[in-house]
Ligand binder design. Structure first.
Ligand code: 5GP
Length: 192
């Protein structure tokens, strides 16, 4: 997605440890026009998948998630990140290790929001090791629903997330794919 690629080139800041900061349009300040285009692009790519709900994780997944849900005309659910849980009867819980924060969080979704048989599209801002997306997929499957696909705004292709998700059998669509973050510069995977 050229618009998004140009935004990453102009505004992305390469931090150490393979982290890209995009707080001017996705992770702090958000660009609604760009998010609308992201929602349209995911909708175009997953048009044949009979999606009934979009699922993301708070907080940075919510903007691309809601715009995708709006275009697909289905609800958005965002999984909550929680430290410690006591009552877990009415919620699905999965443990997810955070790449950027280096801690494990429980992520939760209320059972009443995913019915058996639903087709759930998972959307997230970044794909690194695939922990967040795999945790969300496990929740969908716990509910007896199926994963319609995984839509990623920025994939860091030098980390194993995309191959882990594809090996697990999921269809992954990433709007930009980053080959490397080295010496302060972003390089992209060449599109075929
Ligand atoms: P994964 O679960 O695939 O290892 O990491 C994806 C999650 O970590 C995303 O939800 C995102 O919030 C965060 N993340 C991973 N890498 C980056 C990065 O380079 N920049 C930013 N801003 N977030 C990242």
């Amino acid at each position: 997605m050229e618009l998004l690629k140009q935004k990453v080139i102009r505004e992305g800041i390469v931090l150490g440890q393979g982290v890209l900061k995009v707080d001017s349009f996705l992770n702090h300040q958000m660009d609604p026009f760009l998010m609308r285009e992201v929602g349209r692009e995911f909708t175009r790519r997953f048009a044949g998948e009979a999606v009934t709900k979009v699922l993301t994780i708070e907080s940075s997944g919510i903007a691309p998630g809601i715009m995708t849900a709006l275009e697909l005309e289905v609800p958005l659910i965002f999984a909550r990140k929680q430290k410690s849980l006591t009552l877990t009867e009415d919620i699905y819980v999965e443990q997810v290790y955070s790449f950027t924060k280096q801690v494990s969080n429980d992520i939760t979704v209320a059972k009443k929001f995913i019915a058996p048989g639903e087709r759930v599209l998972i959307v997230d801002d970044f794909l690194a090791n695939g922990e967040a997306a795999l945790g969300l997929a496990r929740i969908v499957e716990q509910a007896g629903a199926s994963v319609a696909g995984i839509g990623i705004v920025i994939e860091k292709s030098f980390q194993p997330g995309a191959s882990r998700l594809k090996e697990a059998g999921y269809r992954v669509e990433s709007l930009v794919r980053i080959a490397a973050l080295e010496n302060g510069a972003v390089s992209f995977v060449e599109e075929a």
